[in-house]
Design a binder for this molecule. Structure first.
Ligand code: SAM
Ligand code: SF4
Length: 510
């Protein structure tokens, strides 16, 4: 979500006349988009801000955006006094206005400092010296939880020219006992289906063929329109986006198990463009722990939803998130998490050690499981899941699967594709001409650095701006090299010949 927030912020600021630059050194204003979901992520923010301090002497201004901004508010000015602007995730729509205030305030401060400097020289008044220094202007945008407004912009600067995100719902009202999101991103608010569909059509017109619908809980979507003829449920919206001409793949993340209805599975079965993938975070296999986490479902209800997905006509891949070491998680609870892994057979699981977060109800519970024990449980879950994935990925051997081509890896001599189930499928595409190899090697190293930069963009709009430029360059370079192979952004059929725990390998079918 942060990546897409950065894309929206960048697009909006470009429209306002700001220019993106390649490096922090070139920038006058450095906006840093932040995440506070776990303590580690938050600590990184303050380390990075400390690194930026040395640039202050060169007249640069700093702004902190996102969840750390919302959570820490004006305390950021105390911990990082060189920061001039703090804008929480729920206040992005006000950012251009805040930047105007920042510039105006800065100008006024410069004039004031110059006036005092002149007065001091004229009167030989040394007492004015302290006031000579330009005052640091401070601007804050910290909407409270109650904001009803979404950050809608038609100027999103998407980093990938073939697949892009659309936010359909912002904020969260679930209040899981461990989670900061309801405090940092405000209350749950949905966009109208009409506005989402207009954005999807606009993307299709621009040549996008894959859309990913985004939200903390996409399936808690509630169309706010009062026009009953246009009002849609989440499953109806999903199907409608899948029916937009030109759109070939639709993904959605994240789904909350409590709000996961059978109608979503029916939509996937009915609309071929909807991808064969559901990300359904469980967090724990123990009903006792789920209850303490305030997850609003128990193990049986979760497994019922899994049964609906498995009963689909299509082979839908299931992935999840899990937290280990939640306060009070016993060995028996942990065993239930392991048995759930076996029972569901996920294709991938993101696992996290429980991290106590400010404001959350679980902060009052004793975090008595030592970090080494959390780390051990994490290792055990990951090892078990790896075994499961080895078996699950093997099942694709011999199948012919459609992939979206994402790039070319010169060092391995393989194209990189993504399946509808969201699996990476690396493949060879026949004999290649030596003359094109040089340009491919170049394009590939750029494509790799693009994905790295795109990863960083979750944390920094500065990094995102770099990613945008590199993405454009790598696309050109990759397409120049693609004469004897499939083009990036197109779809290809690949026969799977081998498997690993996290990827498949195969050959292009021509
Ligand atoms: N809304 C989604 C849901 O309910 O499943 C999850 C969104 S949350 C931003 C992403 C993941 O971060 C969660 O699924 C959870 O596993 C993890 N997470 C959130 N708070 C955490 C915490 N305090 N400690 C460890 N992991 C946490
Ligand atoms: Fe956090 Fe729970 Fe909301 Fe997901 S549903 S964002 S885990 S509070």
């Amino acid at each position: 979500m942060n990546v897409h927030d950065s894309e929206k912020v960048i697009g909006t600021l470009l429209h306002e006349g700001y220019r993106q630059v390649e490096t922090v050194e070139e920038a006058d204003l450095i906006l840093y988009n932040t995440c506070s979901i776990r303590d580690k992520a938050e600590q990184k923010v303050f380390h990075r801000l400390a690194d930026y301090k040395k640039l202050q002497a060169r007249g640069k201004k700093f702004g902190v955006l996102g969840c750390v901004a919302q959570q820490e508010g004006e305390k950021i000015f105390e911990r990082a006094p060189h920061v001039s602007l703090v804008c929480g995730s729920a206040s992005y729509r006000k950012l251009p206005e805040m930047l105007v205030q920042l510039e105006a305030g800065q100008l006024a401060a410069q004039v004031e400092a110059a006036t005092f400097r002149a007065a001091r020289v004229e009167a030989g008044n040394c007492e004015a010296e302290e006031r000579e220094t330009e005052k640091l202007v401070r601007i804050t945008g910290l909407d409270d939880r109650q904001t009803d407004e979404c950050f809608e912009t038609e100027f999103t600067a998407r980093t990938n020219p073939y697949r892009g995100y659309i936010t359909i719902i912002e904020g969260c009202d679930k209040f899981c006992s461990y989670c900061v999101v309801p405090f940092t991103r405000g209350k749950e608010r949905s966009r109208t289906a009409e506005s989402v569909l207009a954005e999807a059509r606009q993307m299709a017109d621009l040549g996008y063929s894959e859309i990913q619908l985004l939200g903390q809980n996409v399936n808690s979507y509630k169309d706010p329109t009062s026009d009953l003829r246009k009002k849609k449920t989440f499953a109806e919206l999903l199907a409608a986006v899948g029916e937009v001409p030109g759109i070939r793949r639709v993904r959605f993340t994240t789904s909350h198990p409590r709000d996961f209805g059978r109608d979503i599975v029916h939509a996937i079965d009915a609309v071929p463009t909807l991808c064969d993938h559901v990300h359904l975070p469980v967090q724990s296999g123990s009903t006792r722990v789920l209850d303490a986490m305030q997850r609003l479902y128990n193990r049986e209800q979760y497994l019922e939803r899994i049964a609906w997905i498995k009963a689909a006509k299509r082979d839908i891949s299931i992935t999840s998130d899990m937290i280990v070491g939640f306060p009070g998680e016993t060995e028996a609870d942990f065993d239930e998490t392991l048995s759930l892994l076996d029972e569901v057979g996920y294709d991938s699981v993101f696992t996290f050690k429980y991290s106590p977060r400010p404001n959350t109800p679980s902060l009052s519970l004793e975090d008595a499981i030592p970090d080494e024990e959390k780390a051990r449980r994490l290792e055990v879950v990951m090892a078990r899941q790896r075994e499961i994935q080895i078996e699950r990925y093997k099942k694709h051997i011999g199948m012919t699967i459609e992939v979206m081509v994402e790039g070319y890896n010169a060092s391995r001599g393989q194209w990189v594709g993504r399946t509808s189930q969201n699996k990476t499928l690396n493949f060879t595409a026949g004999v290649r001409d030596d003359a094109t190899r040089g340009s491919e090697a170049r394009s590939t190293s750029e494509a790799e650095s693009t994905s790295k930069a795109a990863g960083k963009s979750a944390r920094s709009t500065q990094a995102t701006s770099r990613a945008t430029d590199r993405s454009a360059r790598s696309t050109q370079a990759t397409s120049a090299a693609a004469d004897c192979g499939p083009r990036v952004g197109t779809y290809a059929s690949v026969r799977v010949t081998g498997s690993f725990p996290n990827s498949l390998v195969g050959e292009l079918v021509v």
